[in-house]
Design a protein around this ligand. Structure first.
Ligand SMILES: [Zn+2]
Length: 316
């Protein structure tokens, strides 16, 4: 009985509290402050002290950006194959690595896409997730993002892609590299259909993802402090023998050098994206989408609007 009362005594510091109940506290990845986990989650994993934006899962992104209950994931069962039979001697094969990643993360792949709405505006959303294979762009991730663009064309939904990726998936070799061209063509088809594409760059956005669709948005929004670049800083320094200037490859650096349009904190992203889409679609996006749906319904006899995009066929 005496022990019960002893446990109820107030704890003197965050450190002591963490020892008593580690699940209640998290340590900020940048300033190392101890944060109350529930408040940190409620702030979408942004540090109340220094503003550090920790990484989010697909589910977190959906909750952050889409209207409650509007998310409808598509093709969630797509799984990677091993097109090259990649098995370097003495190391884990690609097939084994895929199994390990699935087991550890509980996910099928490094991306999800589907329909949803942002502040009432119908959108197609694709999200890349660093939690599976470092968000790398392989055939399945490429296909899902391409299908998000195609959904945007077919249903005249604005497309939002949230990137978080180490780049192309090397274990898929040229198949992974081909996704870059395929996705650039898909983004181009969306632009030709005059449907907006909002690209959201989060920490980190690198390699083949930066070098293809992620930097082709009509509006490119970055999260504060996100690392955005092609090769990572260590690779650049090893290759050139020079040290990068402080802050190079951050969202803020890329903003001042014209590579991104806006740096927006997580809590303001949904409202900003809704505003951008409304501006780009002219008038209200809701009216535009309703009119487009009517047009598509009326045009099913011999219409050209719903034809597959020829540019994409060669990359399948
Ligand atoms: Zn912090």
């Amino acid at each position: 009985m005496r022990n019960l009362f002893r446990r109820a005594l107030p704890l003197v510091s965050g450190e002591a509290a963490q020892e008593a109940a580690p699940e209640l506290w998290v340590r900020c990845g940048r300033c190392r402050e101890m944060l109350y986990a529930r408040e940190w989650e409620a702030a979408h994993r942004v540090c109340a002290k220094c503003g550090f934006h920790a990484r989010l899962t697909v589910a977190d992104r959906v909750a952050l950006l889409l209207d409650g209950g509007s998310w409808q994931e598509l093709d969630g069962s797509l799984r990677a194959t091993d097109p090259l039979g990649f098995a370097p001697p003495g190391r884990q094969s690609y097939a084994e690595k895929l199994a390990t990643e699935s087991r550890d993360s509980g996910q099928n792949e490094a991306a999800a896409y589907g329909r949803g709405s942002v502040d009432g505006i119908p959108v197609a959303l694709a999200v890349l997730d660093m939690g599976y294979f470092a968000g790398t762009l392989g055939a399945v991730v490429g296909e899902k993002v391409a299908r998000a663009f195609e959904l945007g064309v077919a249903e005249r939904r604005a497309v939002i892609v949230v990137s978080a990726s180490g780049g192309a998936r090397q274990q898929e070799g040229v198949v992974a590299l081909l996704q870059m061209a395929k996705l650039a063509a898909a983004a181009q088809a969306l632009a030709a259909a005059r449907v907006p594409f909002v690209s959201v760059l989060t920490d980190p956005t690198l390699g083949g993802v930066t070098a293809s669709f992620a930097t082709l948005g009509d509006c490119i929004i970055a999260e504060p402090g996100a690392v955005i670049g092609f090769a990572g800083p260590r690779i650049i320094e090893q290759t050139t023998g020079e040290k990068l200037p402080p802050g190079a490859q951050t969202a803020e650096f890329q903003l001042t050098h014209g590579m991104v349009d806006l740096v927006i904190a997580r809590r303001d992203q949904k409202a900003a994206i809704a505003r951008v889409i409304r501006l780009l679609m002219g008038g209200t996006a809701l009216q535009a989408s309703a009119a487009a749906r009517d047009h598509l319904t009326a045009a099913t006899n011999g219409a050209t609007t719903m034809q597959p995009v020829p540019a994409l066929q060669g990359f399948r």
